[in-house]
Design a protein around this ligand. Structure first.
Ligand code: SF4
Length: 313
């Protein structure tokens, strides 16, 4: 090949590279916009952050909490109100925990932060017999410590990095193994009664976080350092949801919407709806319940397995 052609070949590659770079940049901008929109919407819908709040952002070193801090910092710059953020990490002294990573990262970000050193690992190891799961005691200890730290720091809100998929998983875990229709709330009062806990990532889907974490190259700290086994039930439910989403796209979104559209009169909890005291109103209501007609689900019908089709009698 002549030198001229080689040169043209090289230029083609440069053009293709530039195009690919531009595409990645656009995707990244879109992703950032979506993350900010989702977080902003959750903050507004549940009145999570108010003027003058000091939000303690719990950062573990996992992708979710890095993403939460990152997005909250962006929101802080754009918000019409003033609020403060302080990142907090609890170093539980798990063997091999790289304790320099978070302070270095947070310093570089320029965000106020506090590292709380508490050796809960030794306590859990001492108390829980070998081979048993340590997570329940570990998280109880962590919760108590974080509440205390929030008080000491004067934080008015505690932000956790759980996202939409965590919330759905919790909902199914409670239903399958706990016999309750109960999810993971976007905002709650702590069991100590003293703190408001918020989940600003409530509307964010995990896939977006995975992509954002990769793009931003967060210095992820592995979460398996403690050697505890993963909660098998949670893994199973997570797999089930992923499988559903692959087979029936849109199902996750529908289920998540359902969490925000609860109809107590069409469930069976007498404490949420007064079935015993139900009386006729004598007034026709076009929006009322058509008890003899089955509900129709046009969008879902096409994706439903034949063996599970509803048969009208
Ligand atoms: S995985 Fe380890 S650090 Fe996490 S809650 Fe369980 S025991 Fe604690």
């Amino acid at each position: 090949m002549s030198a001229v052609w080689e040169k043209i070949d090289d230029m083609d590659e440069v053009v293709v590279d530039k195009k690919a770079e531009r595409k990645i940049e656009l995707e990244s901008q879109k992703l950032e916009k979506r993350l900010c929109r989702n977080v902003g919407q959750a903050i507004v819908d549940f009145n999570m952050i108010e003027a003058g709040d000091k939000v303690m952002v719990c950062v573990s070193g996992g992708k979710d909490s890095y993403a939460m801090l990152d997005i909250l910092l962006k929101m802080q710059q754009r918000a019409p109100i003033h609020f403060d953020l302080i990142a907090v990490n609890l170093d539980q002294k798990q063997p091999g925990f790289p304790d320099h990573i978070l302070p270095e990262y947070l310093k570089k970000l320029g965000v106020p932060y506090h590292i709380e050193n508490q050796d809960t690992y030794s306590i859990v190891k001492r108390v829980i017999p070998e081979g048993k799961t340590m997570c329940s005691l570990c998280s109880r200890l962590r919760r108590g410590i974080l509440y205390r730290v929030a008080e000491e720091l004067g934080a008015t809100k505690i932000a956790l990095g759980h996202h939409r998929d965590d919330m759905l998983q919790t909902f199914f875990l409670n239903m399958f193994f706990g016999g309750r229709l109960k999810g993971m709330p976007p905002k709650l009062v702590s069991d100590s009664g003293k703190h408001i806990v918020i989940r600003p990532m409530a509307y964010v889907n995990e896939k977006d976080i995975v992509r954002w974490a990769a793009q931003q190259q967060f210095p992820i700290i592995p979460c398996t350092l403690c050697g505890s086994q993963q909660n098998l039930q949670r893994v199973q439910v997570g797999n089930m949801l992923r499988e559903w989403q692959t087979k029936y796209p849109g199902r996750i979104e529908n289920m998540f919407s359902a969490l925000q559209n609860v109809v107590p009169s069409h469930l069976m909890d007498g404490s949420k709806f007064d079935f015993k005291g139900l009386k006729v109103t004598g007034v026709a209501d076009p929006e009322g319940d058509k008890a003899f007609d089955a509900d129709e689900f046009p969008a879902a019908a096409a994706n439903f397995p034949a063996s599970l089709q509803v048969v009208q009698l």
